[in-house]
Write a protein that binds this ligand. Structure first.
Ligand code: C2E
Ligand code: C2E
Length: 91
């Protein structure tokens, strides 16, 4: 499969994340909190994460990166249009 490109940043909407049920969003919320702590960045409504982190999160959620991206868009955590980040080029 193709490499994840970094022309578009993965930007999480922390307000949407905070309003999701913990049983679904819990692992993602903990991951985001850890990144905020490592950066000492607690003020934002959004958090840019590494493309690599999306791959790690996909493993945590037992999904492909594409599936996780779709889920994050459904949850309102990721803006629509971000599918292209992890797509392999074909529809
Ligand atoms: P690190 O990976 O050794 O990165 C050290 C510093 O390099 C970071 O300090 C940051 O100033 C800069 N840096 C590294 N990669 C990037 C990048 O892609 N974009 C930007 N803008 N800067 C980058 P910082 O931010 O204080 O982070 C400290 C440590 O916290 C990092 O050390 C890393 O271990 C962890 N960390 C922070 N944010 C993330 C993240 O989004 N994902 C992951 N996996 N780790 C993170
Ligand atoms: P990426 O690794 O996919 O990271 C996407 C964005 O997540 C970064 O955009 C930055 O806003 C945030 N980010 C990632 N890691 C860190 C971190 O450790 N600390 C902080 N404070 N923010 C982080 P940005 O900065 O525009 O970077 C775009 C791309 O450029 C990155 O995509 C990465 O591929 C590359 N890059 C930037 N800085 C570094 C670096 O210090 N080391 C490496 N290896 N790559 C970097």
């Amino acid at each position: 499969s193709s490499a994840v490109t970094s022309t578009n940043k993965i930007v999480l909407n922390l307000e949407s994340l905070g309003s999701l049920p913990a049983d679904e969003a819990g692992p993602l919320a903990r991951y985001a909190s850890t990144i905020q702590a490592q950066r000492h960045d607690y003020n934002g409504k959004v958090l840019s994460i590494r493309a690599e982190d999306l791959k790690s999160l996909a493993i945590i959620y037992d999904m492909s990166p594409d599936e996780l991206t779709s889920r994050l868009i459904e949850w309102g955590v990721l803006s629509p249009g971000m599918e292209s980040i992890v797509s392999s080029g074909g529809d």
